[in-house]
Design a protein around this ligand. Structure first.
Ligand code: GTP
Ligand code: MG
Length: 336
Protein backbone atom coordinates (compact mmCIF):
# COMPACT_ATOMS: atom_id res chain seq x y z
CA UNK A 1 0.00 0.00 0.00
CA UNK A 2 2.66 2.43 1.09
CA UNK A 3 4.92 1.47 -1.78
CA UNK A 4 2.21 2.10 -4.29
CA UNK A 5 1.59 5.56 -2.89
CA UNK A 6 5.26 6.41 -3.26
CA UNK A 7 5.23 5.25 -6.82
CA UNK A 8 2.24 7.46 -7.53
CA UNK A 9 4.03 10.44 -6.07
CA UNK A 10 7.07 9.88 -8.21
CA UNK A 11 4.95 9.58 -11.31
CA UNK A 12 3.15 12.75 -10.40
CA UNK A 13 6.36 14.68 -10.25
CA UNK A 14 7.54 13.19 -13.51
CA UNK A 15 4.39 14.56 -15.04
CA UNK A 16 4.95 17.97 -13.54
CA UNK A 17 8.50 18.03 -14.81
CA UNK A 18 7.67 16.84 -18.28
CA UNK A 19 5.16 19.62 -18.51
CA UNK A 20 1.95 20.38 -20.21
CA UNK A 21 2.38 18.52 -23.48
CA UNK A 22 2.45 15.18 -21.69
CA UNK A 23 -0.65 15.98 -19.67
CA UNK A 24 -2.47 17.13 -22.77
CA UNK A 25 -1.57 13.88 -24.45
CA UNK A 26 -2.85 11.90 -21.47
CA UNK A 27 -6.10 13.81 -21.49
CA UNK A 28 -6.70 12.80 -25.08
CA UNK A 29 -6.00 9.21 -24.20
CA UNK A 30 -8.86 8.95 -21.73
CA UNK A 31 -11.01 7.62 -24.55
CA UNK A 32 -8.40 4.97 -25.34
CA UNK A 33 -9.07 3.16 -22.08
CA UNK A 34 -11.20 0.01 -22.43
CA UNK A 35 -14.88 0.68 -21.90
CA UNK A 36 -14.47 4.45 -22.07
CA UNK A 37 -16.38 5.97 -24.96
CA UNK A 38 -16.70 9.72 -25.54
CA UNK A 39 -19.79 9.90 -23.30
CA UNK A 40 -18.08 8.21 -20.36
CA UNK A 41 -14.94 10.24 -20.88
CA UNK A 42 -17.10 13.33 -20.77
CA UNK A 43 -18.76 12.23 -17.53
CA UNK A 44 -15.39 11.46 -16.00
CA UNK A 45 -13.98 14.84 -16.95
CA UNK A 46 -17.04 16.68 -15.67
CA UNK A 47 -16.62 14.90 -12.34
CA UNK A 48 -13.03 16.11 -12.20
CA UNK A 49 -11.38 12.88 -13.39
CA UNK A 50 -9.72 14.61 -16.28
CA UNK A 51 -6.47 12.71 -16.49
CA UNK A 52 -5.10 9.19 -16.23
CA UNK A 53 -3.51 9.77 -12.87
CA UNK A 54 -6.76 10.71 -11.18
CA UNK A 55 -8.41 7.61 -12.58
CA UNK A 56 -5.49 5.38 -11.67
CA UNK A 57 -5.65 6.51 -8.05
CA UNK A 58 -9.43 6.29 -7.68
CA UNK A 59 -11.52 3.38 -6.46
CA UNK A 60 -13.92 1.32 -8.59
CA UNK A 61 -16.93 2.36 -6.50
CA UNK A 62 -16.01 5.96 -6.94
CA UNK A 63 -15.99 5.73 -10.74
CA UNK A 64 -19.12 3.61 -10.75
CA UNK A 65 -20.86 6.44 -8.97
CA UNK A 66 -19.54 9.47 -10.83
CA UNK A 67 -19.37 8.08 -14.36
CA UNK A 68 -22.36 5.79 -14.22
CA UNK A 69 -20.46 2.73 -15.42
CA UNK A 70 -20.60 -0.83 -14.13
CA UNK A 71 -18.25 -1.84 -11.37
CA UNK A 72 -16.52 -4.32 -13.71
CA UNK A 73 -15.89 -1.61 -16.28
CA UNK A 74 -14.66 0.71 -13.54
CA UNK A 75 -12.14 -1.90 -12.41
CA UNK A 76 -10.94 -2.43 -15.98
CA UNK A 77 -10.60 1.31 -16.54
CA UNK A 78 -8.61 1.79 -13.35
CA UNK A 79 -6.27 -1.10 -14.10
CA UNK A 80 -5.70 0.14 -17.61
CA UNK A 81 -4.91 3.62 -16.32
CA UNK A 82 -2.46 2.13 -13.82
CA UNK A 83 -0.76 0.13 -16.58
CA UNK A 84 -0.58 3.20 -18.76
CA UNK A 85 1.18 5.10 -16.01
CA UNK A 86 3.47 2.17 -15.24
CA UNK A 87 2.60 2.44 -11.59
CA UNK A 88 4.77 0.07 -9.65
CA UNK A 89 8.04 0.13 -7.81
CA UNK A 90 10.45 2.98 -8.22
CA UNK A 91 14.05 3.04 -7.07
CA UNK A 92 14.74 5.07 -3.96
CA UNK A 93 17.23 7.34 -5.69
CA UNK A 94 14.40 8.61 -7.91
CA UNK A 95 12.34 9.35 -4.81
CA UNK A 96 15.34 11.12 -3.36
CA UNK A 97 15.61 13.15 -6.55
CA UNK A 98 11.96 14.14 -6.22
CA UNK A 99 12.46 15.11 -2.59
CA UNK A 100 15.26 17.45 -3.64
CA UNK A 101 12.69 19.56 -5.46
CA UNK A 102 10.86 20.23 -2.16
CA UNK A 103 10.56 23.95 -1.45
CA UNK A 104 9.86 25.67 1.87
CA UNK A 105 7.83 28.71 2.84
CA UNK A 106 8.84 30.70 5.89
CA UNK A 107 6.19 31.11 8.59
CA UNK A 108 7.69 34.43 9.70
CA UNK A 109 9.06 32.87 12.89
CA UNK A 110 12.47 31.18 12.97
CA UNK A 111 11.48 28.91 15.83
CA UNK A 112 8.28 27.82 14.10
CA UNK A 113 10.27 27.23 10.92
CA UNK A 114 12.73 25.13 12.84
CA UNK A 115 9.93 23.11 14.41
CA UNK A 116 8.74 22.30 10.88
CA UNK A 117 12.20 21.43 9.62
CA UNK A 118 12.77 24.74 7.84
CA UNK A 119 9.29 26.03 7.03
CA UNK A 120 6.13 24.74 5.41
CA UNK A 121 7.05 22.14 2.80
CA UNK A 122 5.84 21.59 -0.73
CA UNK A 123 4.64 18.09 -1.72
CA UNK A 124 3.18 17.88 1.78
CA UNK A 125 0.06 18.70 3.75
CA UNK A 126 0.66 20.76 6.87
CA UNK A 127 -2.21 20.87 9.33
CA UNK A 128 -2.65 23.33 12.20
CA UNK A 129 -5.27 22.54 14.80
CA UNK A 130 -6.23 24.33 18.00
CA UNK A 131 -8.96 26.26 19.76
CA UNK A 132 -10.44 29.54 18.49
CA UNK A 133 -7.96 32.37 18.46
CA UNK A 134 -4.98 30.02 18.65
CA UNK A 135 -3.53 31.44 15.41
CA UNK A 136 -4.50 28.90 12.74
CA UNK A 137 -5.96 31.45 10.33
CA UNK A 138 -3.15 33.93 11.05
CA UNK A 139 -0.56 31.37 9.95
CA UNK A 140 -2.59 30.79 6.78
CA UNK A 141 -2.58 34.54 6.07
CA UNK A 142 1.13 34.84 6.75
CA UNK A 143 1.97 31.92 4.45
CA UNK A 144 -0.25 33.40 1.73
CA UNK A 145 1.91 36.53 1.89
CA UNK A 146 5.28 34.84 2.34
CA UNK A 147 4.94 32.32 -0.51
CA UNK A 148 4.96 35.32 -2.84
CA UNK A 149 8.45 36.32 -1.76
CA UNK A 150 11.22 35.17 -4.05
CA UNK A 151 13.00 31.87 -3.42
CA UNK A 152 15.94 32.64 -1.19
CA UNK A 153 13.89 35.11 0.82
CA UNK A 154 11.62 32.53 2.37
CA UNK A 155 9.12 32.30 -0.47
CA UNK A 156 8.61 30.34 -3.65
CA UNK A 157 7.75 33.24 -5.95
CA UNK A 158 4.29 31.75 -6.35
CA UNK A 159 0.64 32.57 -5.87
CA UNK A 160 -2.11 31.28 -3.61
CA UNK A 161 -5.41 29.45 -3.75
CA UNK A 162 -7.34 30.16 -0.59
CA UNK A 163 -10.47 28.18 0.21
CA UNK A 164 -12.38 29.91 2.98
CA UNK A 165 -15.06 27.73 4.56
CA UNK A 166 -15.70 29.80 7.66
CA UNK A 167 -16.02 33.28 6.15
CA UNK A 168 -12.98 34.50 8.05
CA UNK A 169 -10.78 35.60 5.15
CA UNK A 170 -9.83 39.25 5.78
CA UNK A 171 -8.08 41.17 3.00
CA UNK A 172 -7.49 44.04 5.45
CA UNK A 173 -5.45 41.73 7.65
CA UNK A 174 -3.54 40.42 4.63
CA UNK A 175 -2.67 44.04 3.74
CA UNK A 176 -1.35 44.61 7.25
CA UNK A 177 0.78 41.48 7.11
CA UNK A 178 2.05 42.32 3.61
CA UNK A 179 3.05 45.81 4.74
CA UNK A 180 4.67 44.26 7.80
CA UNK A 181 6.77 42.20 5.38
CA UNK A 182 7.66 45.28 3.34
CA UNK A 183 5.67 44.13 0.33
CA UNK A 184 3.24 45.90 -1.99
CA UNK A 185 -0.13 45.12 -0.39
CA UNK A 186 -2.17 45.60 -3.59
CA UNK A 187 0.08 43.25 -5.49
CA UNK A 188 -0.06 40.67 -2.70
CA UNK A 189 -3.87 40.71 -2.70
CA UNK A 190 -4.00 40.29 -6.47
CA UNK A 191 -2.02 37.06 -6.18
CA UNK A 192 -4.37 35.40 -3.68
CA UNK A 193 -7.30 33.67 -5.35
CA UNK A 194 -10.05 33.19 -2.82
CA UNK A 195 -13.10 30.94 -2.97
CA UNK A 196 -15.75 30.82 -0.29
CA UNK A 197 -16.84 27.17 -0.02
CA UNK A 198 -20.54 27.01 0.82
CA UNK A 199 -20.58 23.33 1.74
CA UNK A 200 -18.36 20.26 1.72
CA UNK A 201 -19.31 19.25 -1.83
CA UNK A 202 -18.38 22.70 -3.06
CA UNK A 203 -15.11 22.48 -1.15
CA UNK A 204 -14.35 19.11 -2.78
CA UNK A 205 -15.09 20.44 -6.27
CA UNK A 206 -12.91 23.50 -5.71
CA UNK A 207 -9.95 21.21 -5.08
CA UNK A 208 -10.80 18.57 -7.71
CA UNK A 209 -10.93 21.24 -10.39
CA UNK A 210 -7.96 23.25 -9.20
CA UNK A 211 -5.35 21.84 -11.60
CA UNK A 212 -5.95 24.32 -14.35
CA UNK A 213 -5.97 27.43 -12.20
CA UNK A 214 -2.93 26.16 -10.31
CA UNK A 215 -0.97 25.93 -13.55
CA UNK A 216 -2.33 29.12 -15.01
CA UNK A 217 -1.64 31.24 -11.93
CA UNK A 218 1.59 29.56 -10.83
CA UNK A 219 0.08 28.58 -7.49
CA UNK A 220 2.60 27.37 -4.92
CA UNK A 221 0.36 27.36 -1.85
CA UNK A 222 -3.15 26.05 -1.27
CA UNK A 223 -4.83 27.05 2.01
CA UNK A 224 -8.01 25.37 3.25
CA UNK A 225 -9.39 27.24 6.28
CA UNK A 226 -10.86 25.10 7.64
CA UNK A 227 -10.62 21.62 6.22
CA UNK A 228 -13.23 20.08 8.48
CA UNK A 229 -15.88 22.65 9.42
CA UNK A 230 -18.26 21.91 6.53
CA UNK A 231 -17.93 18.16 6.97
CA UNK A 232 -18.50 18.49 10.68
CA UNK A 233 -21.62 20.60 10.25
CA UNK A 234 -23.17 18.46 7.53
CA UNK A 235 -22.54 14.91 8.68
CA UNK A 236 -24.07 14.65 12.12
CA UNK A 237 -24.18 11.64 14.38
CA UNK A 238 -22.61 8.23 14.25
CA UNK A 239 -24.73 7.07 11.32
CA UNK A 240 -23.17 9.70 9.04
CA UNK A 241 -19.63 9.17 10.29
CA UNK A 242 -18.68 6.53 7.74
CA UNK A 243 -19.76 8.65 4.80
CA UNK A 244 -18.11 11.73 6.24
CA UNK A 245 -14.79 9.98 6.74
CA UNK A 246 -14.89 8.47 3.28
CA UNK A 247 -15.48 11.87 1.68
CA UNK A 248 -12.87 13.53 3.83
CA UNK A 249 -10.37 10.82 2.96
CA UNK A 250 -10.88 11.34 -0.76
CA UNK A 251 -10.67 15.10 -0.35
CA UNK A 252 -7.37 14.84 1.50
CA UNK A 253 -5.95 12.54 -1.15
CA UNK A 254 -6.99 15.02 -3.81
CA UNK A 255 -5.06 17.68 -1.91
CA UNK A 256 -2.00 15.44 -1.66
CA UNK A 257 -2.13 14.72 -5.38
CA UNK A 258 -2.33 18.46 -6.08
CA UNK A 259 0.70 19.02 -3.86
CA UNK A 260 2.67 16.28 -5.64
CA UNK A 261 1.71 17.11 -9.18
CA UNK A 262 2.57 20.79 -8.89
CA UNK A 263 5.23 20.70 -6.18
CA UNK A 264 3.14 23.05 -4.04
CA UNK A 265 2.46 23.36 -0.32
CA UNK A 266 -0.93 22.63 1.23
CA UNK A 267 -1.79 24.26 4.54
CA UNK A 268 -5.03 23.27 6.25
CA UNK A 269 -6.57 24.33 9.53
CA UNK A 270 -8.65 22.10 11.73
CA UNK A 271 -11.01 22.54 14.63
CA UNK A 272 -10.81 20.68 17.91
CA UNK A 273 -13.16 19.04 20.36
CA UNK A 274 -12.82 17.78 23.90
CA UNK A 275 -12.40 14.04 23.97
CA UNK A 276 -14.27 12.81 27.07
CA UNK A 277 -12.26 9.58 26.89
CA UNK A 278 -9.09 11.42 27.97
CA UNK A 279 -9.28 11.68 31.78
CA UNK A 280 -5.75 12.92 32.44
CA UNK A 281 -3.87 15.53 30.48
CA UNK A 282 -5.11 17.73 27.65
CA UNK A 283 -8.44 16.46 26.27
CA UNK A 284 -8.16 18.66 23.15
CA UNK A 285 -8.47 16.42 20.10
CA UNK A 286 -8.47 17.41 16.44
CA UNK A 287 -11.55 16.75 14.31
CA UNK A 288 -11.24 14.28 11.46
CA UNK A 289 -10.21 11.15 13.32
CA UNK A 290 -7.74 8.65 11.96
CA UNK A 291 -8.36 9.65 8.36
CA UNK A 292 -6.84 13.07 8.89
CA UNK A 293 -4.29 11.93 11.46
CA UNK A 294 -2.65 9.69 8.89
CA UNK A 295 -2.98 12.05 5.96
CA UNK A 296 -1.34 15.25 7.13
CA UNK A 297 2.44 15.08 6.78
CA UNK A 298 2.99 17.69 9.48
CA UNK A 299 0.49 18.33 12.26
CA UNK A 300 0.92 21.22 14.63
CA UNK A 301 -1.18 21.79 17.72
CA UNK A 302 -1.52 25.50 18.59
CA UNK A 303 -2.25 26.88 22.03
CA UNK A 304 -2.74 30.40 23.23
CA UNK A 305 -0.15 31.75 25.66
CA UNK A 306 -0.05 35.16 27.33
CA UNK A 307 -1.02 38.10 25.09
CA UNK A 308 0.55 37.65 21.66
CA UNK A 309 2.33 34.43 22.54
CA UNK A 310 1.38 31.13 20.97
CA UNK A 311 2.73 27.67 21.61
CA UNK A 312 3.08 25.25 18.73
CA UNK A 313 3.69 21.55 19.18
CA UNK A 314 4.72 19.34 16.31
CA UNK A 315 2.55 16.29 16.81
CA UNK A 316 3.22 14.13 13.82
CA UNK A 317 6.01 14.11 11.30
CA UNK A 318 7.75 11.40 9.28
CA UNK A 319 11.25 12.63 10.04
CA UNK A 320 11.22 15.16 12.90
CA UNK A 321 11.00 14.67 16.66
CA UNK A 322 7.92 15.74 18.58
CA UNK A 323 8.74 19.13 20.10
CA UNK A 324 7.40 22.58 20.97
CA UNK A 325 8.17 26.19 20.23
CA UNK A 326 6.84 29.65 21.04
CA UNK A 327 5.98 32.32 18.49
CA UNK A 328 3.94 35.53 18.43
CA UNK A 329 0.98 36.87 16.51
CA UNK A 330 1.77 40.58 16.19
CA UNK A 331 0.22 43.42 14.24
CA UNK A 332 2.76 42.78 11.48
CA UNK A 333 2.07 39.04 11.45
CA UNK A 334 3.78 35.92 12.77
CA UNK A 335 7.08 36.65 14.52
CA UNK A 336 9.46 35.10 17.03
P1 GTP B 1 -10.80 30.07 14.86
O1 GTP B 1 -10.82 30.25 13.40
O2 GTP B 1 -11.78 30.93 15.56
O3 GTP B 1 -10.92 28.64 15.30
O4 GTP B 1 -9.39 30.55 15.43
P2 GTP B 1 -7.99 30.73 14.70
O5 GTP B 1 -7.03 29.81 15.36
O6 GTP B 1 -8.10 30.68 13.24
O7 GTP B 1 -7.62 32.19 15.15
P3 GTP B 1 -6.83 33.28 14.34
O8 GTP B 1 -5.68 32.68 13.64
O9 GTP B 1 -7.76 34.09 13.52
O10 GTP B 1 -6.27 34.15 15.51
C1 GTP B 1 -6.98 35.24 15.98
C2 GTP B 1 -6.07 35.90 16.97
O11 GTP B 1 -4.98 36.48 16.26
C3 GTP B 1 -6.74 37.03 17.66
O12 GTP B 1 -7.40 36.59 18.81
C4 GTP B 1 -5.55 37.89 18.00
O13 GTP B 1 -4.98 37.43 19.21
C5 GTP B 1 -4.55 37.62 16.88
N1 GTP B 1 -4.56 38.75 15.95
C6 GTP B 1 -5.31 38.93 14.86
N2 GTP B 1 -5.06 40.11 14.29
C7 GTP B 1 -4.12 40.69 15.05
C8 GTP B 1 -3.42 41.94 14.99
O14 GTP B 1 -3.65 42.76 14.12
N3 GTP B 1 -2.51 42.18 15.97
C9 GTP B 1 -2.23 41.28 16.94
N4 GTP B 1 -1.33 41.56 17.85
N5 GTP B 1 -2.88 40.11 17.02
C10 GTP B 1 -3.80 39.82 16.10
MG1 MG C 1 -9.68 30.73 11.94
Amino acid sequence: MVKRKEAVEVKAVDLAVEGESVEKKMEKELEDLPGVGPATADKLRKAGYDNMEKIATSSAHELEEVADISIETAKKVINAARDALEMGYESADKIYERRKAVGRITTGSDSLNELLGGGVETQSITEAYGRFGSGKTQIGFQLAVNVQKPAGEGGLGGNVLYVDTEGTFRPERIRQIAEGAGMDADEVLRNIHVARAVNSDHQIVLVDKADEVVKEKNVKLVVIDSLTSCFRAEYLGRAALGERQQKLNKHIHALQRLADRHNLAVFVTNQVMDNPGILFGDPTTPIGGHVLAHAATYRIYLRKGKEEKRIARLVDSPNLPESECVFKVTKEGIRD
